[in-house]
Design a protein around this ligand. Structure first.
Ligand SMILES: NC(=O)c1ccc[n+]([C@@H]2O[C@H](COP(=O)([O-])OP(=O)(O)OC[C@H]3O[C@@H](n4cnc5c(N)ncnc54)[C@H](OP(=O)(O)O)[C@@H]3O)[C@@H](O)[C@H]2O)c1
Length: 206
């Protein structure tokens, strides 16, 4: 998710720092391939002057990457991370809370927005390629800070999705389990994982 979204953000002109990998060479290659103003760095370097941070790590790595990122006070954190168990078969937080709310408690001074976690990474480049042509697919997002949500909506638009504001961060209790349905269709269905969804509103008829 981080590699693909970072590449797209670089291609639309954002300055991007790819960070957090076992391999510095992998991050450097990602930055070279993305072009623009992309570069590789540490999580602390990525966090330092960023207008937005994309959190795209496995749930088991969240504490580690947050520690490496350092002080995140007043930062916008766009999280696509899902609170999945070790073998990615189920959510470890659900119903009465969500991964995004748990994250917001860990970084209480940052502004967490939950976004991009309801679409498979395999569709991102195709959506970006089709941007501006035809009706865009949706991406739901939620958060408690209006400015952080505005930044997130722009990033969602940059990729080629229509951002759907689902409300406050606690709505991640519903968007995160929805991702399990998307995952089922993407990875267990017979049409492949390059899929997205679209919400539409109609005029109500008697
Ligand atoms: N993939 C999807 O389609 C999708 C969709 C929706 C939501 N999500 C969620 O998004 C998050 C990211 O998923 P992903 O599929 O993008 O994961 P991923 O491909 O495994 O990427 C995770 C990143 O974390 C790095 N990393 C892992 N362990 C590390 C360690 N010990 N030290 C340093 N770096 C480490 C990886 O580096 P290395 O490559 O070097 O290991 C990689 O750069 C997850 O929470 C997932 O549930 C994923």
């Amino acid at each position: 998710m981080g590699g693909k979204l970072g590449t797209i953000f670089a291609r639309v002109g954002h300055g991007v720092i790819f960070s957090y990998s076992h391999s510095k060479a992998k991050l450097e290659k990602l930055a070279r391939d993305a072009g623009g103003q992309a570069r590789a760095g540490t999580p602390a370097e990525a966090a330092q002057d960023a207008d937005a941070l994309l959190l795209a790590v496995h749930w088991s790595r969240v504490d580690d990457v947050l520690k490496k990122a350092g002080d995140l006070s007043s930062k916008v954190i766009v999280s696509c991370s899902l609170p999945m168990n070790a073998n990615d078969t189920g959510l470890v937080i659900a119903n009465t809370s969500s991964g995004s709310e748990d994250l917001a408690k860990k970084v209480a001074k940052a502004h967490v927005v939950s976004a991009f976690n309801t679409v498979p990474s395999e569709v991102l480049f195709s959506v970006f390629e089709r941007k501006g042509k035809g009706t865009p697919p949706s991406v739901v997002y939620c958060g408690d800070n209006a400015k952080a949500k505005k930044v997130t909506a722009q990033l969602i638009t940059d990729v080629g999705f229509e951002p759907i504001d689902a409300g406050p961060l606690r709505i991640a209790r519903y968007t995160e389990p929805f991702t399990m349905l998307v995952g089922q269709l993407a990875y267990e269905g017979d049409r492949g994982p390059a899929m997205a969804y679209r919400f539409e509103w109609f005029e109500e008829r008697g």
